[in-house]
Design a binder for this molecule. Structure first.
Ligand code: ZN
Length: 335
Protein backbone atom coordinates (compact mmCIF):
# COMPACT_ATOMS: atom_id res chain seq x y z
CA UNK A 1 0.00 0.00 0.00
CA UNK A 2 1.49 3.29 -1.02
CA UNK A 3 0.08 6.48 0.38
CA UNK A 4 2.75 8.55 -1.34
CA UNK A 5 1.82 11.34 -3.69
CA UNK A 6 3.80 11.37 -6.96
CA UNK A 7 7.28 12.64 -6.24
CA UNK A 8 6.82 12.52 -2.50
CA UNK A 9 9.92 11.10 -0.85
CA UNK A 10 8.88 10.65 2.77
CA UNK A 11 5.15 10.11 2.98
CA UNK A 12 5.63 8.53 6.42
CA UNK A 13 6.26 11.99 7.91
CA UNK A 14 2.59 12.62 7.13
CA UNK A 15 1.17 9.31 8.26
CA UNK A 16 2.92 8.32 11.46
CA UNK A 17 5.11 9.58 14.23
CA UNK A 18 8.79 9.12 13.41
CA UNK A 19 11.08 7.56 15.98
CA UNK A 20 14.81 7.58 16.52
CA UNK A 21 14.92 4.17 14.81
CA UNK A 22 13.45 5.69 11.62
CA UNK A 23 15.99 8.44 11.25
CA UNK A 24 18.97 6.54 12.60
CA UNK A 25 20.04 5.71 9.06
CA UNK A 26 19.24 9.13 7.62
CA UNK A 27 22.21 11.30 6.75
CA UNK A 28 22.12 15.08 7.04
CA UNK A 29 20.98 15.53 3.42
CA UNK A 30 18.06 13.20 3.84
CA UNK A 31 17.04 14.93 7.06
CA UNK A 32 17.13 18.29 5.30
CA UNK A 33 15.06 17.01 2.40
CA UNK A 34 12.54 15.55 4.81
CA UNK A 35 12.22 18.92 6.56
CA UNK A 36 11.82 20.82 3.27
CA UNK A 37 9.18 18.34 2.10
CA UNK A 38 7.05 18.88 5.20
CA UNK A 39 7.24 22.65 4.81
CA UNK A 40 6.31 22.19 1.14
CA UNK A 41 3.14 20.37 2.20
CA UNK A 42 2.20 23.38 4.30
CA UNK A 43 2.42 25.57 1.21
CA UNK A 44 5.68 27.25 2.20
CA UNK A 45 6.99 29.60 -0.47
CA UNK A 46 10.66 28.60 -0.46
CA UNK A 47 13.00 31.55 -0.08
CA UNK A 48 15.76 29.80 -2.00
CA UNK A 49 14.76 29.80 -5.72
CA UNK A 50 16.71 26.64 -6.52
CA UNK A 51 14.83 24.69 -3.87
CA UNK A 52 11.50 26.13 -4.93
CA UNK A 53 12.22 25.04 -8.53
CA UNK A 54 12.70 21.47 -7.39
CA UNK A 55 9.39 21.34 -5.55
CA UNK A 56 7.56 23.22 -8.34
CA UNK A 57 8.07 20.13 -10.49
CA UNK A 58 5.69 18.28 -8.18
CA UNK A 59 1.98 18.82 -8.88
CA UNK A 60 0.95 18.44 -5.25
CA UNK A 61 3.29 21.30 -4.28
CA UNK A 62 2.20 23.54 -7.16
CA UNK A 63 -1.38 23.13 -5.90
CA UNK A 64 -0.42 24.07 -2.38
CA UNK A 65 2.18 26.79 -2.49
CA UNK A 66 0.98 30.23 -1.45
CA UNK A 67 3.10 33.16 -2.62
CA UNK A 68 4.82 34.79 0.32
CA UNK A 69 3.86 32.11 2.85
CA UNK A 70 6.47 31.86 5.63
CA UNK A 71 7.64 28.75 7.42
CA UNK A 72 5.58 29.75 10.47
CA UNK A 73 2.43 30.05 8.40
CA UNK A 74 3.18 26.81 6.59
CA UNK A 75 3.54 25.09 9.95
CA UNK A 76 0.06 26.29 10.88
CA UNK A 77 -1.32 24.48 7.82
CA UNK A 78 0.23 21.19 8.83
CA UNK A 79 -1.29 18.53 11.03
CA UNK A 80 -0.10 18.15 14.63
CA UNK A 81 1.55 14.90 13.51
CA UNK A 82 3.46 16.67 10.74
CA UNK A 83 4.49 19.44 13.12
CA UNK A 84 5.72 16.87 15.60
CA UNK A 85 7.73 15.13 12.88
CA UNK A 86 9.06 18.47 11.68
CA UNK A 87 10.32 19.29 15.11
CA UNK A 88 11.73 15.81 15.51
CA UNK A 89 13.65 16.06 12.21
CA UNK A 90 15.01 19.47 13.16
CA UNK A 91 16.21 18.20 16.48
CA UNK A 92 17.71 15.15 14.77
CA UNK A 93 19.45 17.35 12.21
CA UNK A 94 20.99 19.63 14.79
CA UNK A 95 20.51 19.74 18.54
CA UNK A 96 19.50 23.38 18.69
CA UNK A 97 16.15 24.01 20.25
CA UNK A 98 14.48 27.04 18.85
CA UNK A 99 11.42 28.37 20.60
CA UNK A 100 8.80 25.65 20.27
CA UNK A 101 5.71 27.75 20.87
CA UNK A 102 5.48 28.86 17.27
CA UNK A 103 7.13 25.71 15.95
CA UNK A 104 9.47 28.17 14.42
CA UNK A 105 12.40 25.93 13.73
CA UNK A 106 15.00 28.18 12.24
CA UNK A 107 17.12 26.98 9.39
CA UNK A 108 20.20 28.89 10.37
CA UNK A 109 23.37 26.99 9.90
CA UNK A 110 21.95 24.44 7.51
CA UNK A 111 22.85 26.13 4.23
CA UNK A 112 26.21 24.57 3.84
CA UNK A 113 27.88 22.02 1.67
CA UNK A 114 25.03 19.93 0.36
CA UNK A 115 23.73 20.15 -3.16
CA UNK A 116 20.98 22.67 -3.65
CA UNK A 117 18.24 20.06 -3.68
CA UNK A 118 19.35 18.85 -0.31
CA UNK A 119 19.85 22.19 1.36
CA UNK A 120 17.40 23.24 3.96
CA UNK A 121 15.55 26.31 2.88
CA UNK A 122 16.10 29.40 4.99
CA UNK A 123 13.06 31.47 5.79
CA UNK A 124 14.14 35.10 5.26
CA UNK A 125 12.59 35.99 8.60
CA UNK A 126 14.96 33.67 10.39
CA UNK A 127 18.06 34.29 8.33
CA UNK A 128 20.96 35.52 10.35
CA UNK A 129 22.14 38.78 8.93
CA UNK A 130 25.53 40.14 9.83
CA UNK A 131 24.03 42.16 12.67
CA UNK A 132 21.25 40.02 14.09
CA UNK A 133 21.87 39.37 17.73
CA UNK A 134 21.27 35.84 18.99
CA UNK A 135 20.34 35.30 22.62
CA UNK A 136 20.19 31.89 24.23
CA UNK A 137 17.66 32.02 27.06
CA UNK A 138 18.05 29.34 29.68
CA UNK A 139 15.03 29.01 31.98
CA UNK A 140 16.57 27.34 35.03
CA UNK A 141 15.68 23.74 36.09
CA UNK A 142 15.02 20.84 36.05
CA UNK A 143 18.68 19.88 35.98
CA UNK A 144 21.05 17.51 37.74
CA UNK A 145 21.20 19.68 40.87
CA UNK A 146 17.60 20.58 41.44
CA UNK A 147 14.25 20.08 39.74
CA UNK A 148 13.11 23.56 40.76
CA UNK A 149 9.72 22.07 41.64
CA UNK A 150 9.55 22.86 45.34
CA UNK A 151 6.70 25.20 46.20
CA UNK A 152 8.01 28.28 47.98
CA UNK A 153 5.56 30.97 49.02
CA UNK A 154 3.07 29.48 46.57
CA UNK A 155 5.44 29.41 43.60
CA UNK A 156 7.65 26.85 41.88
CA UNK A 157 10.93 28.28 40.65
CA UNK A 158 10.85 26.16 37.49
CA UNK A 159 7.44 27.60 36.56
CA UNK A 160 8.39 31.19 37.26
CA UNK A 161 11.61 30.91 35.25
CA UNK A 162 9.71 29.41 32.32
CA UNK A 163 6.93 31.98 32.31
CA UNK A 164 9.31 34.92 32.43
CA UNK A 165 11.48 33.30 29.73
CA UNK A 166 8.52 33.08 27.32
CA UNK A 167 7.66 36.74 27.90
CA UNK A 168 11.30 37.70 27.42
CA UNK A 169 11.44 35.68 24.21
CA UNK A 170 8.55 37.77 22.84
CA UNK A 171 10.24 41.01 23.84
CA UNK A 172 13.51 40.09 22.15
CA UNK A 173 11.89 38.77 18.98
CA UNK A 174 9.83 41.96 18.69
CA UNK A 175 13.15 43.74 18.81
CA UNK A 176 14.48 41.70 15.88
CA UNK A 177 16.71 39.39 17.87
CA UNK A 178 17.02 35.67 17.34
CA UNK A 179 16.17 33.62 20.39
CA UNK A 180 17.19 30.07 21.15
CA UNK A 181 15.72 28.38 24.21
CA UNK A 182 17.53 25.62 26.07
CA UNK A 183 14.26 23.81 26.78
CA UNK A 184 11.18 22.89 24.78
CA UNK A 185 8.83 22.73 27.74
CA UNK A 186 8.74 23.76 31.37
CA UNK A 187 9.36 20.26 32.69
CA UNK A 188 12.10 19.18 30.28
CA UNK A 189 15.17 17.89 32.09
CA UNK A 190 18.43 19.29 30.70
CA UNK A 191 21.80 19.09 32.43
CA UNK A 192 23.67 22.33 32.96
CA UNK A 193 26.45 21.09 30.68
CA UNK A 194 23.92 20.54 27.88
CA UNK A 195 22.40 23.96 28.46
CA UNK A 196 25.82 25.49 27.75
CA UNK A 197 26.23 23.20 24.72
CA UNK A 198 22.96 24.52 23.26
CA UNK A 199 24.16 28.11 23.74
CA UNK A 200 27.48 27.21 22.11
CA UNK A 201 25.89 25.48 19.14
CA UNK A 202 23.54 28.37 18.52
CA UNK A 203 26.56 30.69 18.41
CA UNK A 204 24.78 32.93 20.91
CA UNK A 205 25.99 36.46 21.55
CA UNK A 206 24.67 36.10 25.08
CA UNK A 207 23.81 33.10 27.23
CA UNK A 208 21.20 34.42 29.65
CA UNK A 209 20.21 32.16 32.50
CA UNK A 210 17.09 32.84 34.57
CA UNK A 211 16.73 31.69 38.16
CA UNK A 212 15.28 32.67 41.51
CA UNK A 213 17.29 32.68 44.69
CA UNK A 214 16.73 31.16 48.10
CA UNK A 215 18.00 32.59 51.37
CA UNK A 216 17.47 35.38 53.82
CA UNK A 217 17.82 38.26 51.39
CA UNK A 218 15.55 40.02 48.90
CA UNK A 219 15.76 41.35 45.35
CA UNK A 220 17.83 40.52 42.28
CA UNK A 221 21.47 39.61 41.74
CA UNK A 222 23.48 39.31 38.50
CA UNK A 223 26.14 36.58 38.41
CA UNK A 224 28.85 35.98 35.82
CA UNK A 225 31.87 33.65 35.66
CA UNK A 226 34.65 35.66 37.25
CA UNK A 227 36.93 32.69 37.87
CA UNK A 228 37.76 29.38 36.30
CA UNK A 229 36.04 26.33 37.69
CA UNK A 230 36.40 22.59 37.22
CA UNK A 231 33.73 19.93 36.86
CA UNK A 232 33.65 16.52 35.14
CA UNK A 233 37.41 16.99 34.61
CA UNK A 234 36.88 20.10 32.49
CA UNK A 235 38.21 23.52 33.47
CA UNK A 236 36.65 26.71 32.14
CA UNK A 237 35.44 29.06 30.95
CA UNK A 238 38.22 30.65 28.88
CA UNK A 239 39.70 34.03 29.73
CA UNK A 240 37.88 35.50 26.72
CA UNK A 241 34.55 34.26 28.02
CA UNK A 242 35.29 35.53 31.53
CA UNK A 243 36.15 38.98 30.20
CA UNK A 244 33.18 39.20 27.82
CA UNK A 245 30.88 37.93 30.58
CA UNK A 246 32.14 40.58 33.01
CA UNK A 247 31.51 43.30 30.44
CA UNK A 248 28.07 41.89 29.59
CA UNK A 249 27.11 41.58 33.27
CA UNK A 250 27.92 45.22 33.97
CA UNK A 251 26.19 46.55 30.85
CA UNK A 252 23.18 44.34 31.55
CA UNK A 253 22.99 45.31 35.20
CA UNK A 254 22.87 49.06 34.61
CA UNK A 255 19.99 48.88 32.13
CA UNK A 256 18.13 46.12 33.98
CA UNK A 257 18.23 47.91 37.33
CA UNK A 258 17.15 51.19 35.74
CA UNK A 259 14.19 49.51 34.03
CA UNK A 260 13.03 47.95 37.32
CA UNK A 261 12.85 51.41 38.91
CA UNK A 262 13.57 50.20 42.46
CA UNK A 263 10.71 47.70 42.45
CA UNK A 264 13.16 45.15 43.86
CA UNK A 265 16.36 45.47 45.85
CA UNK A 266 19.51 45.64 43.72
CA UNK A 267 22.16 43.25 45.04
CA UNK A 268 24.54 44.17 42.24
CA UNK A 269 26.92 42.12 40.09
CA UNK A 270 28.79 39.17 41.59
CA UNK A 271 31.17 36.45 40.46
CA UNK A 272 29.43 33.08 40.24
CA UNK A 273 32.07 31.59 42.58
CA UNK A 274 29.82 33.23 45.21
CA UNK A 275 26.98 30.79 44.55
CA UNK A 276 26.42 27.47 46.33
CA UNK A 277 27.68 25.35 43.40
CA UNK A 278 30.24 27.94 42.31
CA UNK A 279 31.87 27.85 45.74
CA UNK A 280 32.50 24.13 45.32
CA UNK A 281 33.60 24.16 41.66
CA UNK A 282 35.04 27.66 41.22
CA UNK A 283 32.30 28.50 38.71
CA UNK A 284 28.84 27.25 37.77
CA UNK A 285 28.68 24.21 35.48
CA UNK A 286 26.84 26.19 32.80
CA UNK A 287 29.65 28.76 32.92
CA UNK A 288 32.48 26.23 32.82
CA UNK A 289 31.21 24.76 29.55
CA UNK A 290 30.11 28.06 28.00
CA UNK A 291 31.83 29.60 25.00
CA UNK A 292 29.46 32.59 24.99
CA UNK A 293 29.30 35.60 27.31
CA UNK A 294 27.29 34.22 30.21
CA UNK A 295 25.18 35.85 32.87
CA UNK A 296 22.81 34.34 35.37
CA UNK A 297 20.04 36.49 36.82
CA UNK A 298 18.58 35.56 40.18
CA UNK A 299 15.42 37.55 39.56
CA UNK A 300 14.02 37.53 43.09
CA UNK A 301 14.37 35.63 46.36
CA UNK A 302 11.44 33.24 46.23
CA UNK A 303 11.96 32.59 49.93
CA UNK A 304 11.08 36.20 50.60
CA UNK A 305 7.27 36.49 50.81
CA UNK A 306 7.26 40.03 49.40
CA UNK A 307 9.43 39.05 46.43
CA UNK A 308 7.23 36.02 45.78
CA UNK A 309 4.08 38.12 45.97
CA UNK A 310 5.60 40.63 43.55
CA UNK A 311 6.62 38.13 40.86
CA UNK A 312 3.31 36.26 41.20
CA UNK A 313 1.52 39.19 39.56
CA UNK A 314 1.25 38.88 35.78
CA UNK A 315 2.02 42.54 35.26
CA UNK A 316 5.20 42.21 37.30
CA UNK A 317 6.33 39.18 35.31
CA UNK A 318 5.91 41.41 32.28
CA UNK A 319 7.87 44.19 34.02
CA UNK A 320 10.61 41.66 34.76
CA UNK A 321 10.68 40.48 31.12
CA UNK A 322 10.88 44.05 29.85
CA UNK A 323 13.70 44.86 32.27
CA UNK A 324 15.59 41.74 31.18
CA UNK A 325 15.09 42.80 27.54
CA UNK A 326 16.45 46.25 28.36
CA UNK A 327 19.52 44.58 29.83
CA UNK A 328 19.98 42.43 26.72
CA UNK A 329 19.65 45.48 24.45
CA UNK A 330 22.37 47.24 26.45
CA UNK A 331 24.68 44.28 25.86
CA UNK A 332 23.77 44.12 22.17
CA UNK A 333 24.25 47.85 21.62
CA UNK A 334 27.68 47.81 23.22
CA UNK A 335 29.09 45.72 20.35
ZN1 ZN B 1 17.45 28.08 40.25
Amino acid sequence: MSLARPGEMFSETRTRRLTAADVGGWDADKLRYGINEIYARGGYDFATPEIKDIFMRLPWYRDRVVIGRSQDEAARHLSPLENANLEFLHVSAKPVYVRPIKLHLAAIGFLFGATIAQSLDADPASEKSGKQCCVCIDPGHPSENNDGGAVTNGLREVTMNWEVALLLCDELEKDGMKVVMTKKSEGEFITNKDRAAIANESDADLFLRLHADAGKSTGFTIYYPRKEGTVHGVTGPSKDVRQSSAAAANQFHTAFAAALEHELRDNGVKGDEDTFIGRRQGALTGSIFSEAPTILVEMVFLTNPKDAEWIKQDRNKQTMARALAAGVRAVRDSH
